[in-house]
Design a protein around this ligand. Sequence first.
Ligand SMILES: Nc1nc2c(ncn2[C@@H]2O[C@H](COP(=O)(O)OP(=O)(O)OP(=O)(O)O)[C@@H](O)[C@H]2O)c(=O)[nH]1
Ligand SMILES: [Mg+2]
Length: 201
Amino acid sequence: MKIRHIEFARAAPTWASLPDDGRPEVAFVGRSNVGKSSLLNALVGRKNIARTSGTPGKTQALNYYLVNGKQPDDGRSGFYLVDLPGFGYAKVSKTQRAAWQQLIGRYVTERASLRVVVQLIDSRHEPTRLDEELFELLRGGAPRVVVLTKGDKLSKNQQRIREAQLQKRLGSMGLEVPVVLTSAEKGTGLDAVWRWIETFL
Ligand SMILES: Nc1nc2c(ncn2[C@@H]2O[C@H](COP(=O)(O)OP(=O)(O)OP(=O)(O)O)[C@@H](O)[C@H]2O)c(=O)[nH]1
Ligand SMILES: [Mg+2]
């Protein structure tokens, strides 16, 4: 994907505040701290357009980034990358966490302009209970690509094992979805993620 232009478009903390211009959307979903904002930055080749942090709970709304589009033009050009808050766990209040979980759940199942969901899983660990919850939640919604993050923390051999394990696990659940191992730090897998995104856009 050639990134000619990217800009922060809006932070949407509620369903009512999502954009209504109909541009296609690509969403980044996964538990807090898994590397959603970092992957978005790496994909567009910008260090810090999406804010990242070692502390879970950095992203506090659905953050919309407009790629290759001009505002305002009634949504005729470009598409949105949407950086979501952490699913399920984040260092925020119980009430806030429940509100996000509900909003994210509704967003991934009901959002008409959503073209593809990039579901992120930490390559260092087995899928957690929250990851499993997302496997199920995303069934029947938009197409998805599963991305293993922080691949630079594993050896080449461990990377291959993780990828194969996850592919097998997804297969056993009847989920036919691509798996890509990435490192936002080293740039691994970014071309493959873009190819999948372009396929669904
Ligand atoms: N080594 C390594 N660290 C990474 C990578 N991607 C993200 N991180 C680190 O993981 C931490 C969390 O990254 P974020 O991108 O903020 O995670 P997030 O999923 O957006 O987190 P929330 O916004 O809290 O939901 C940061 O300290 C990043 O530097 C990667 O590919 N390699
Ligand atoms: Mg984030």
